[in-house]
Design a protein around this ligand. Structure first.
Ligand code: ADP
Ligand code: MG
Length: 396
């Protein structure tokens, strides 16, 4: 399953190591990092490299500077923050390529660390320009990718460099992501249940198609449930429906039935007449769906039935909130799923930017088995796609 070389497989002592991290963190106007989760997530790999006596050259992108240097997107605050976390100086390089940077890399001592400036200050990064990738590769002897969150992008620092430096290995965070997500998909403990939600069916069609042959049950909540209910002829009022996907939703329901996969849709809902935090709401069953109402959360009966599935599951993958959890009045379904997962003994794997935000909001993140650090990357992984940043790593 995990057939790529890992950091543990290589000797990095005294070597210059190019380590791609995901330091794309939120920074406020005063240059303060408001959430350092991604930086902390990379610490095990960075600490290991330092302890092993490597010369550590860190690289990352930050935001979308569109191929030009811009002080707003400088990684300087990350270097400062990382210095504090590690208790040692992190040299901030003024750029990521060029003679000066090469000199800084060459002068780095064993067990010392430098951070390259934002790789997206050069258009060669997102273009995966071979000459730019070669310049990055020239800085080091070994490549480590610990940036799972950008592994779905074939950029110079995530893919190009990995093709040029050997060995190219997975860092500990990358390895963990692939082990949990990949392990669940390849040989799950059963029953294996997928919980899917979020706004749109169109975002998750490929995920459903990829998971259908692998899972025992799929539980659907969130806005995407309404296109499925519509396909079954259920009246859903003003709820979010993708009319051009109703037929496809019907096909997926048929497929699930043919493959013997339980496909659970909500049987009741929290509905409101307007999409607003303070909109008065009521709980209704499918048959009573009001013409003027829109479903903004799953109802209590649905919560009970989903809880029952979770309580007997051995493996659960969850992607997509059950309702508009950003509004407290419509967050109950999403939080109930988080609670059920926290209570259960199953292996619980959470992917998707909003789903992870919801779990963090519920304060139950410590009780999940694995929370993916990559929103888009985890989605593409669940779609069965091969991530270019992973494909480029050296085979075991
Ligand atoms: P993730 O980022 O975890 O993959 P998505 O981006 O697919 O999740 O979906 C998250 C969004 O779906 C949230 O902003 C949430 O408000 C919205 N959503 C959930 N349920 C509904 C609903 N019933 N109607 C409209 N939007 C919904
Ligand atoms: Mg999202």
């Amino acid at each position: 399953m995990f057939e790529k070389k890992s950091l543990r497989d290589v000797d990095v002592q005294g070597k210059r190591v190019f380590c791609r991290c995901d330091f794309n963190v939120p920074i406020d106007k005063e240059g303060k990092i408001t959430d350092d989760t991604r930086i902390r997530a990379a610490l095990p790999t960075i600490r290991y490299l330092l302890e092993q006596g490597a010369k550590v050259i860190l690289a990352s992108h930050l935001g979308r500077p569109k191929g030009k240097p811009s002080p707003d997107f400088s990684l300087c605050p990350v270097a400062t923050h990382l210095s504090n976390l590690l208790g040692q100086q992190v040299v901030m390089a003024p750029d990521c390529i060029g003679d000066n940077i090469q000199l800084l890399a060459d002068q780095l001592n064993n067990g010392r660390i430098m951070l390259l400036e934002n790789v997206r200050f050069h258009s060669g990064e997102t273009d995966n320009n071979p000459a730019f990738a070669a310049q990055l590769a020239g800085l080091a002897e070994i490549y480590v990718n610990d940036a799972f969150g950008t592994a779905h992008r074939a950029h110079a620092s995530t893919e190009g460099v990995a093709r040029l430096l050997h060995p190219a290995v997975a860092g500990f965070l990358m390895e963990k992501e692939l082990q949990y997500l990949g392990g669940a998909l390849a040989h799950p403990d059963r029953p294996f249940v997928a919980i899917l939600g979020g706004a749109k069916v169109s975002d998750k069609i490929t995920v459903i198609e990829n998971l259908l042959p692998k899972v025992d049950a799929i539980l659907i909540g969130g806005g995407m449930a309404y296109t499925f209910l519509k396909a079954q002829g259920v009246e859903v009022g003003q709820s979010l429906v993708e009319n051009d996907r109703i037929a496809l939703a019907g096909d997926l329901l048929d497929k699930a039935q043919k493959q013997g996969v339980k496909f659970l849709l909500p049987t009741d809902h929290i509905v409101a007449e307007t999409f607003a935090a303070d909109s008065p709401s009521t709980s209704v069953k499918n048959v009573d769906f009001p013409t003027l109402g829109m479903g903004l959360d799953i109802g209590p009966e649905t919560i009970k039935s989903f809880e029952k599935q979770i309580s007997t599951a051995k493996t659960v993958i969850w992607n997509g909130p059950m309702g508009v959890f950003e509004f407290d009045n419509f967050a109950r379904g999403t939080f109930a799923i988080a609670k059920a997962l926290a209570k259960s003994n199953c292996m619980s794997i959470i992917g998707g930017g909003d789903s992870v935000a919801a779990v963090n909001k519920s304060n139950l993140q410590q009780q999940m088995t694995h929370i993916s650090t990559g929103g888009g990357a985890s989605l593409e992984f669940l779609e069965g796609k091969i991530l270019p940043g992973v494909a480029a790593l050296t085979d075991k």
